[in-house]
Design a protein around this ligand. Structure first.
Ligand code: C5P
Length: 395
């Protein structure tokens, strides 16, 4: 646990206690500024371990120095993470113990920002946070509300109980260790002529969140994605495609070599029958473009002998369960994750999602949460069902 200078540090004391109750072993590193808010003795008493405060201290370096401390942790959480510390993380400083620890770590890193709302909204902080996200750092919060400085807005550190829940899903569960997962993400573009195409509103956020969750769970991840603005996490194999046909080829060339296939892409259902090599002219009042159905990638993967554990997605505007279960049967899937479209906070381009997940003899609802959290839960569920299927097949 890294504690930086902010009044929310008192909440981190409670989080330390809660983590111990859950059976975690906690070591606390504090910055100079953090110690202005809460005494090191508080954290020593609550963690049951001496608190680390100095980078270059002969006594501590002889015991547990900064590198061994970084190696010791399964997960590092910085709570509260001040604007200043976030900037230092992004810049890669190692001039104090906590920033050196973060630079030397190989384990997952999460930060729980807490600061004044204007500091949080400032483009410098936002850019820093975006960069950290690119590097795979988990950003937990901040929450909206009244701040210690008397202002209202985003900047409150998440409550200890909420942070605890996030940490449970972040500690590198390893549920997919030794397994490989192929994921398709984003939209496809169906070319009409050299300048135009048919596409959809998929941002690829859900698919990328699933790829990150699968990586965190220890899987070897392959990612096939259509045109997206977001930067994908670093995967073992990453292939960018454009059309449904290209995605079909890229996925089917590889799927047999993977243990699990998750079809999170919004693949065009229809594509123009003819591609015009010249720009289509604006001559007639009406224009009809004949379309033909694209090949169903997901169904094709499920027909491979033997198929990978195959998971589909379904975006439905009505009768969610019936349609989703219909697809589960017709496409011979192992699992389908359905989201109701038309809600403001779910589905395409949103940062949050809610899913109803169905499999042959069960179902579960994953209530509204960030796509990151939903992806973690989905990966845990897929791991459970995958192992359940394999143990019945081998017994
Ligand atoms: O049948 P529907 O298109 O609603 O099914 C959605 C699921 O099927 C998604 O997982 C999507 O990635 C997949 N799909 C596919 N190939 C298509 C169309 C959809 O793999 N041509």
């Amino acid at each position: 646990m890294g504690v930086t200078g902010g009044i929310a540090a008192y909440k981190t004391a409670e989080l330390t206690r809660l983590l111990r109750v859950e059976g975690a072993e906690v070591r606390v590193a504090m910055t100079e500024a953090a110690m202005q808010f809460v005494g090191a003795l508080t954290f020593q008493a609550l963690s049951g371990n001496p608190v680390h405060t100095q980078l270059l201290d002969a006594q501590t370096e002889a015991g547990m120095g900064h590198i061994s401390l970084a190696r010791w942790a399964d997960l590092i959480l910085i709570a509260p993470a001040s604007a200043d510390f976030i900037a230092r993380l992004r810049a890669g400083f190692a001039s104090d113990l906590l920033s050196a620890l973060c630079l030397a770590r190989t384990c997952p890193l999460a930060i729980a920002p807490a600061m004044n709302q204007a500091m949080w909204k400032h483009p410098a902080t936002q850019e820093n946070v975006a960069r950290l996200t690119d590097w795979g750092v988990q950003i937990l919060g901040p929450a909206q509300g009244s701040l210690a400085c008397g202002e209202e807005g985003p900047g409150r550190m998440l409550e200890p109980s909420v942070l605890l829940q996030h940490l449970a899903g972040l500690s590198g569960s390893g549920v997919l260790t030794g397994l490989s997962v192929l994921i398709s993400a984003g939209p496809t573009r169906e070319p009409l002529d050299p300048v135009r195409y048919l596409s959809n509103r998929s941002s690829g956020k859900m698919g990328l969140a699933i790829a990150l969750a699968a990586l965190r769970a220890g899987a070897k991840v392959g990612l096939v994605h259509g045109p997206i603005a977001l930067k994908p996490p670093r995967c073992h194999e990453q292939i960018q495609v454009e059309s449904a046909q290209e995605m079909h080829r890229a996925v089917l060339e590889r799927a047999a070599a993977y243990d699990i296939y998750i079809g999170a892409a919004a693949v065009a259902d229809y594509t123009p029958m003819q591609y015009s090599s010249q720009k289509i002219k604006k001559t007639d009042d009406k224009l009809s473009i004949p379309l033909s159905k694209t090949a169903d990638i997901l169904a094709a993967v499920a027909q491979i002998a033997p198929p990978p554990f195959t998971v589909g997605f379904a975006a439905e505007s009505e009768d969610l369960e019936n349609y989703a279960r219909g697809k589960l049967q017709n496409k011979k899937l192992d699992m389908i994750a359905a989201n109701a479209i038309g809600n403001d906070n779910t589905g395409f381009n949103s940062d949050t999602n809610a899913l109803s997940v169905f499999w042959q003899d069960g179902s579960i609802v994953l209530p509204l949460a960030s796509k990151t959290r939903i992806a973690e839960q989905l990966i845990n569920l897929i791991a459970q069902r995958f192992h359940a299927k394999n143990s019945t097949q081998t017994s």
